[in-house]
Design a protein. Sequence first.
Lengths: 105, 162
Amino acid sequence: MNSDSAKLNSATAGFGVAAAVTALFNTVLACAKDAYHPLLILMNGIAGHNWTTQGMADVILFVGLGLALSHSRAVERIRPDRLIMFLVAAVAFAGAGLFAWYLIF
Amino acid sequence: MNVTSSDVILLAHATFGVLGTVAAVWVFVEALNAREQNAQRTRVAAWAVALFLSGAWILGGYWYLRFYPAERALILNGPWPFAHSVFMETKEHLFLMTLILAFYLPIVVREQLQANPAARKMAMCVAMLIVITGLAIEGAGAVIDHGVKVALLRAAAMGAVK
């Protein structure tokens, strides 16, 4: 079996998409709470500190989206190579985005 | 000798982070040589990544909330304020991404890696992303540590001049 014909099971594919989306969400939320002060105050109020709230939001999004997508037929149609590329690109873009945000702003 | 709970928690946090990163290298190597014989070992290594990085998260989170504000004030008043404003800010948010990847790794290695090249490639990529982001986080930790050091050295030098 080569990697073109091989398929990822629904859990691997579903949680893979969820991990990529969560990485991007994490960076967007980090930038948004810095740029929009009322959001920072809201996040401080939810779990005592905005970073704690952000960690909880990330885990809830990853688990919730992963479980939902794992039961969806759509993720099984995603080509593994594309999913791997999406995940790697999402983490690279989100990581570089965080560094750039704090460096520039 | 005066070792405080802050010192113990901080060093334990860094140790768990390093162990999680090393365990991710272990997963990468096992996946690279995926066979039926090492499937169980790969799963153990993937759970080790998740558990070690969870430990780093809990310990680091507690230390960050309980002890870091005093060090942040020192850094921001010292010669390397970017140690906090760039490196700590990036580190604390990048870590959350690494943690999510660590939670994902045990899910990937439930697949038959020796029979599924796509799953094997995914396991290797996720493990490598954890290693790369883990090393970046460790490096950022060193910069933050140095930010505190140069702030204290400057404060001490100014005290000596007075």
